[in-house]
Design a protein around this ligand. Structure first.
Ligand SMILES: *Cc1c(COP(=O)(O)O)cnc(C)c1O
Length: 219
């Protein structure tokens, strides 16, 4: 199947999951994850009308997206991978959304770059819902205090939360936990769900799903 057909299938599955969960049609945005895919595989997806894309590495995004963005005005680019501090300036310059604010040091550097560049990407905090030692993200029981630090001390507008559940676990409880932390902290954007579990995530209140391989094929 072509990426264009895959995209149509994913869109239809999102619409069906919205209906199934009695959510409004269009309540869930699709972030097409184009990491590792070359520009010539991304172009057909843009031509099919997709405008929101996710990349997990700053450098790779810098090499692909400025040219694609010059051709299509209303692309929205999300950083969904861990941010290294030496890449913060580049990330603030390039991305419309940074989904992976995951520690105080990075939050402070983002705040400094936002001032310096007068650029205002939307910011989400990544929560390590499974408390996995190897995974980035704020521990669930520290999320509220971290959000307070970002908002009150650093003046950052945090509009969303994102999580990546442990691969071997039922994702439902992780999605429910992220939704609970969002409710407690007045956050309305929930970035959760990938190719294998986006329908479940929609049932638990996802407002954005990050789908890569179901659109672009295996990496
Ligand atoms: C790669 C990636 C995705 C997309 O994963 P698929 O299983 O290919 O849909 C989503 N979120 C993050 C953070 C990723 O790194």
């Amino acid at each position: 199947m072509s990426t264009r057909e895959n995209l149509e299938k994913v869109r239809a599955a999102i619409a069906a999951a919205e209906a199934e969960a009695a959510r409004k049609s269009g309540a869930v945005r699709l972030v097409a994850v184009s990491k590792t895919k070359p520009a010539d595989e991304i172009t057909p997806v843009i031509e099919a009308g997709q405008r929101v894309f996710g990349e997990n590495r700053v450098q790779e995004a810098q090499s692909k997206w400025p040219a694609l963005m010059a051709e299509t005005a209303d692309i929205e680019l999300h950083l969904i991978g861990p941010l290294q501090s030496n890449k913060t300036a580049d990330a603030v310059a390039l991305f419309d959304v940074i989904q992976t604010v995951d520690r105080e040091k990075i939050a402070r550097e983002i705040a400094r770059e936002i001032k310096k560049q007068d650029k205002h990407p939307r910011l989400y905090v990544q929560v390590n819902t499974g408390s996995e030692p190897q995974k980035a993200g704020i521990e669930p029981d520290e999320a509220s205090s971290f959000l307070k630090l970002c908002r009150d001390e650093l003046g950052l507008m945090i509009s969303g939360l994102m999580c990546i559940p442990p691969v071997e676990e039922n994702p439902g409880p992780h999605f429910a936990l992220l939704a609970k932390i969002a409710r407690e902290n007045d956050i309305d954007t929930l970035s959760m769900g990938m190719s294998d579990d986006f329908e479940t995530a929609i049932a638990f209140g996802a407002t954005e799903v990050r789908v890569g391989s179901a659109i672009f094929g295996t990496r």
